[in-house]
Design a protein around this ligand. Structure first.
Ligand code: ADP
Length: 367
């Protein structure tokens, strides 16, 4: 049986049983009350009243039963109507939910349910809508991811194809072509590595070996890794040595990777002649490592969006065209890793230029 008749029948049968019980009870109790009143009235009337006793009693019982029947009929009609309306409201919500779920199952993530009222059915509709919104966001980000990946892979693939054709046509000497092919395949390898890491970071599936590490070691390793690169680009790298007592709770490799992403950006986007400063300081919650450059800085809109995956500023996009830009996932990875270690990466850039990226980590448990 369908839900509407089932709900209606269950409500209606409860009401019908209650009315029937009331009717029977009233009919059973009525003679006692009525005879009591009849006796009182007969006494008031006097000797003539005795002969009227039976008529009075019958008249009162008939009137009482008639009134009870009419009242029960009206009560039943009203209750059936209310039962029908209540059942219809529940069934309507269930039908809407069922149609909505079907639409979602068929990939229509824009389907929403009406959120009228304050009861549990409205809560259900609200939660359904929230689920649909989340699914729509996940779907949009999946499509965006595929589009971006396809776009990012197309550039090195086109270059590879060009070199292979040139090699085939004998236009390019083999040594030159193989070096170029190697460069492009390395770029693709880096890109696929970044993509796999960014998806693992976003899914929270990163294996972390967290322990207490010394900030001074982290900074000196970064200095060693980047000083030559900075020098080659005509930049000055100034790393302020951290106190030995300054420690953080982190996975050493992942923390080094976050710092490397910030430093490689600073090196990439600061024009020759610029200075990059790295320093660490104790904060209320732990330690903040600042990577500051005097490059072009970032507009407020860019500061809000650079941590989104594949987001690049116009400057980076124009550099990518000449092979100098990135893929736009470095900061997504950096922030994801930092947050996985209960830290964060934030940015500050003023209108006068230069950017400050702050990498924070919780304090180490032992000095
Ligand atoms: P990419 O691989 O493009 O460098 P990131 O996620 O590391 O990607 O950075 C996102 C964007 O943020 C970059 O494309 C660049 O436009 C901007 N950006 C990052 N660091 C800096 C910086 N130090 N100075 C100016 N712009 C920066």
């Amino acid at each position: 049986m369908r839900l509407l008749p089932r709900l209606f029948l269950s409500h209606a049968s409860v009401v019908a049983l209650t009315v029937a019980a009331l009717f029977v009870l009233a009919e059973l109790l009525a003679p006692t009350f009525i005879s009591h009143h009849v006796e009182e009235m007969a006494a008031l009337i006097g000797p003539a009243g005795r002969s009227l006793r039976d008529d009075l009693s019958r008249g009162m019982r008939d009137t009482f039963t008639g009134a009870l029947l009419v009242a029960s009929g009206i009560a039943l009609c009203l209750s059936f109507l209310t039962a029908y309306l209540a059942a219809r409201r529940v069934v309507r919500a269930v039908r809407l939910l069922s149609a909505g779920s079907l639409a979602i199952a068929e990939g229509n993530y824009l389907r929403r349910l009406p959120e009228e009222g304050q009861d549990e059915l409205t809560d259900l509709a609200r939660n359904f809508n929230r689920m649909a919104r989340t699914l729509a966001e996940v779907e949009a980000s999946r499509v965006e991811l595929i589009t971006n990946v396809a776009h990012e892979l197309r550039t090195p693939l086109t270059a590879l194809q060009g070199y292979a054709e040139a090699l085939n046509d004998g236009v390019l000497p083999p040594g030159h072509a193989s070096a170029a092919i190697l460069r492009e395949t390395r770029a693709m390898e880096r890109l696929t590595g970044d993509l796999s890491l960014v998806s693992r970071v976003e899914a929270g599936k990163i294996d972390l070996q967290v322990r207490t590490i010394t900030v001074a070691d982290l900074l000196s390793a970064a200095q060693e890794r980047f000083s030559l690169l900075a020098e080659n680009r005509g930049l000055t790298l100034v790393v302020t040595p951290a106190e030995q007592a300054l420690t953080v709770q982190a996975d050493p490799e992942r923390a080094a990777q976050v710092l490397a992403n910030l430093l490689s950006n600073a090196v990439k986007y600061t024009p020759p002649g610029g200075t990059i400063r790295v320093a660490a300081a104790q904060t209320a919650k732990g330690v903040a490592i600042r990577v500051q450059d005097d490059g072009p800085g970032l507009a407020p809109e860019d500061q809000r969006r650079i941590f989104e995956r594949f987001y690049r500023t116009d400057l980076s996009r124009s550099r990518a065209a000449t092979g100098g830009g990135g893929t736009g996932v470095g900061l997504t990875i950096a922030r994801g890793l930092a947050r996985a270690m209960v830290g964060d990466v934030t940015v500050f850039s003023s209108a006068v230029g230069g950017s400050v990226f702050t990498f924070s980590l919780p304090a180490g448990t032992s000095a």
